[in-house]
Design a protein around this ligand. Structure first.
Ligand SMILES: Cc1ncc(COP(=O)(O)O)c(C=O)c1O
Length: 410
């Protein structure tokens, strides 16, 4: 991967600052910022009118949502629900879906999720929905399928889980889990927020029922998307006005509409991936966009694995450090979101000292409240999290290691 080419696409990276809090929010592509400006200057009218500018603005947004559908491999652009944040989209989903549920019906949530895909379900206890929790093995940080199977009953309506934990960085085998969930007669709702910045999303391959992620972690603006299988969305009650028809999908889940300039700007992300592909494979012109994106993410994964390997090899050799997650860098198993704790120091002490080196990392529970509680890490102020993106360099990782070495004596 040509890192110089990549870094040039992100104007914020010109600063003398190392961004390693990317799972909190990535830097934005200049293409995305330019598209926001373009929409506001050239297309900022009410949609649905008969005049030219309104028609053109409408077309821009149809193209953008079609692009999103293709990007995530949805079979129909009506399966794409746009919303302000993943938290809000999960909430809309839980409100809409639970209209069909009865007291005593059950939902399984995981203990390694961000609360976005937990609270929206656990709050349904007020309506008599029974919540069960699938917990990771605290030694291996892995989910065990047998534990999930033991939680199923004939009242299980839905399993909610994270594709990649924003603390552990582990990639959960959601395709396999999805088929088990379906065999048990339940729906599967996946949080892809910490996965989508690193790998290509493929909702049809995985066969998930709902999949949600946030564009501000995928080099875009503060906006999120929910995929839902069309028949499920059509059969659910929406949250829009009473006169919005049931088959008006996705509008019935987008009250007050979605943000137009930000939605349009998402095409800047796919423009980037197309340019990335052409730059790296000038002699292999592919026609299919998703095949190109897949090639891009392969290069991205390999680069990320190199970064992870260097950081993990330092963390693994310091006897006072415990990595909270997988200790090997294999890109098939993890993304470069790497958390650790120190035997003697609080996570906050470490991060506040790293701040002085102009390197942005972070401590805390990252709203993975159940995980940090179950691992007994609240007294440590949570974990230190270093979350890398493909635009980080090996030099930056080595600078971080130098900073950590000066703070943490083995
Ligand atoms: C794994 C995960 N899920 C959900 C969210 C919530 O996303 P949003 O801020 O778009 O609501 C986050 C945010 O950090 C996250 O890391």
């Amino acid at each position: 991967m040509d890192l110089e080419f990549v870094r040039k696409q992100f104007p914020a990276l010109d600063k003398e600052f190392v961004f390693m809090d990317n799972a909190g929010g990535s830097q934005v592509l200049s293409r995305v910022a330019n598209k926001i400006t373009d929409y506001l200057i050239n297309s900022n009218v009410q949609l649905g009118a008969s005049y030219k500018v309104s028609v053109e603005a409408g077309e821009k947004l149809i193209n953008a949502t079609d692009m999103v559908a293709d990007y995530i491999n949805a079979s129909d652009s009506r399966e794409v629900v746009i919303g302000p944040s993943s938290t809000m989209l999960f909430r809309i989903l839980s409100i809409s879906l639970s209209h069909q549920w009865k007291e005593g019906d059950e939902v399984i949530v995981s203990n390694s999720d961000h609360e976005a895909n937990v609270s929206c379900w656990t709050d349904l206890e007020d309506k008599g929905i029974v919540i069960k929790i699938w917990k990771i093995n605290p030694q291996t940080f892995e989910f065990e399928i047998e534990d999930l199977k033991a939680l199923f009953s004939d009242r299980t309506n839905l399993v909610a889980m994270v594709h990649t934990s924003n603390v552990l960085g582990t990639i959960n085998p959601i395709e396999e889990i999805c088929s088990i969930v379906h065999k048990a007669g339940a729906l599967f709702c996946v949080d892809g927020v910490a996965y989508a910045p690193h790998r290509l999303v493929d909702v049809q391959k995985w066969n998930v029922d709902f999949y949600v992620f946030s564009w501000y972690k995928v080099y875009g603006p503060h906006l999120a998307v929910m995929f839902g299988k069309l028949h499920l969305l059509q059969n659910m009650k929406g949250i829009n006005h009473y006169f919005i028809k049931d088959d008006d999908v996705p509008y019935k889940f987008q009250p007050g509409n979605y943000n137009f300039e930000l939605t349009y700007s998402l095409t800047g992300i796919t423009d980037y991936l197309n340019a990335f592909y052409e730059h790296h494979y000038p002699d292999y012109p592919l026609k299919n966009n998703r095949e190109k994106y897949q090639k891009c993410f392969e290069l991205i994964s390999i680069h990320e694995e190199k970064l992870s390997a260097v950081l993990l090899s330092y963390l693994n050799t310091n006897s006072k450090i415990r990595v909270i997650g997988k200790t090997d860098a294999d890109y098939k198993k993890r993304v470069p979101t790497i958390s650790f704790v120190h035997q003697d120091l609080k996570s906050s002490d470490i991060v506040l000292q790293v701040d002085k080196f102009n390197i942005g990392i972070r401590f805390g529970d990252f709203y993975a409240k159940k995980l940090i509680g179950d691992l007994d890490l609240n007294d440590k102020d949570g974990v230190v999290r270093v979350s890398l993106a493909h635009y980080n360099s090996l030099d930056e990782v080595n600078d971080l290691i130098k900073a950590l070495k000066s703070i943490l004596v083995d």
